[in-house]
Ligand binder design. Structure first.
Ligand SMILES: *Cc1c(COP(=O)(O)O)cnc(C)c1O
Length: 371
């Protein structure tokens, strides 16, 4: 590993452990029984992390980035005669609507703007007005602002109205899981977020009852979850070339996850990262976009300093020079930037992040980070 390798505070991809990278130094044959055993193990262990005690869910991995998994979920579980209510409060909700448009699936969208959370009354009103709605789609942690959306509340109203809930839990699953009372039909996530693998595949948890009736729904060959599931069940194989090295790295990442203490420990480390980050940044005068109650332990959006000498490009370069890659903001109306809390990093790293931000302000001649 290059000693100059920067920390990726940009989930994801995110910073992975050395042993995860090392697990990729071997070429597996996709058809071979060793690799089929790895795929079996992967699916079994993911279901365990979901806490699939009642055996209600199936785990279906799919090649590609996280968006491929979301697209596979929407294409394979929603038929052209059904209709999706998309709850959007950021880029990933809007992307789901865009996917549905491409797929030619009926949908309606509630767009709450850059960061306001969707609430149960929004959903109730929308379904009352449009009873054709069969599914509700929600983003668990909307990574474009960092908000943790209230999926308990959303799941409650969706279930009480007899609709099905589809969750994009890309950036939350593994650190923040839906509690056992949350009713949902499918949930999508990917290898390179809170489980700290490298990018290359996503996975969708689907209720067995739902996948069983989904044959022929998909309008995409490669993203057909039913066929992927059916092939994995019958032959243990992926339908097309699997990301063999990524799967191997992911199994190592799952070992590290278990050693750390699983869901609780992972969440705790990320929360500590966030708290160290937010406290340090607030001490420097920075303001978070969201009130503390909505801040996820995944990524935090900060408002850009109002000082006329602040220049995001200079700031970014300074942070990079100090070993940290950060994200620009993704808001439509406010100047902002984002710093991720997930990946193989701890609060010691976060303290160094604060030091780097402090020196960047000094370099730009800015007394404090207030907007
Ligand atoms: C990362 C992410 C995705 C998937 O993005 P890709 O770039 O396709 O991996 C989808 N939804 C959310 C909320 C995400 O954070």
């Amino acid at each position: 590993m290059k000693s100059t390798e920067p920390y990726l505070l940009t989930p994801g991809p995110l910073t992975t452990s050395l042993s995860v990278k090392k697990a990729m130094m071997y070429d597996w044959g996709s058809w071979d029984s060793d690799f089929r055993a790895m795929t079996y193990e992967l699916r079994k262990r993911l279901l365990k992390i979901l806490n699939n005690k009642t055996g209600t869910f199936e785990c279906i991995p799919i090649q590609g980035s996280g968006t491929y998994a979301v697209e596979a979920m929407l294409s394979s579980l929603v038929s052209p005669s059904e209709k999706v209510l998309v709850l959007a409060n950021g880029a990933y909700g809007v992307r789901a609507a865009q996917i549905l448009k491409y797929l030619d699936r009926p949908f309606t969208i509630i767009d709450k703007g850059d960061y306001s959370p969707p609430r149960s009354i929004d959903i109730k009103t929308a379904i009352d007005l449009d009873p054709d709605i069969t599914h509700v789609f929600v983003v668990h942690c909307e990574t474009s602002s960092g908000i943790l959306n209230p999926i308990n509340e959303i799941s409650e109203v969706t279930a009480s109205m007899g609709r099905k809930l589809l969750i994009d839990s890309m950036s939350a699953f593994g650190a923040i899981n839906p509690s056992s009372q949350i009713e949902f039909d499918a949930l999508a996530s990917s290898a390179n977020k809170c489980l700290e693998g490298v990018p290359g595949f996503g996975y969708v948890f689907v209720k067995r009852d739902t996948i069983l009736v989904s044959k022929g729904k998909s309008t995409s060959l490669s993203l057909d979850l039913y066929e992927q599931w059916n092939t994995m069940e019958s032959s243990g194989q992926w339908r097309f070339t699997p990301p063999t090295h990524v799967v191997a790295a992911f199994l190592e990442a799952l070992d590290l996850y278990e050693k750390e203490g699983g869901l609780k420990a992972r969440k705790k480390r990320y929360e500590k990262n966030r708290d160290t980050l937010v406290t340090g940044m607030r001490q420097l005068g920075f303001q978070t976009l969201l009130r503390s109650e909505w801040l996820s332990p995944v990524i935090v959006t900060f408002l850009c300093p109002g000082h006329p000498s602040f220049d995001f490009t200079l700031f970014y370069e300074h942070m990079k020079h100090n070993g940290f890659i950060i994200y620009p903001g993704k808001l439509t109306t406010i100047d902002s930037f984002r710093i991720g809390c997930i990946g193989a990093i701890d609060d010691c790293v976060m303290r160094k992040v604060i030091e780097a931000v402090k020196s960047a302000l000094i370099k730009m001649g800015i007394a404090d980070g207030s907007p």
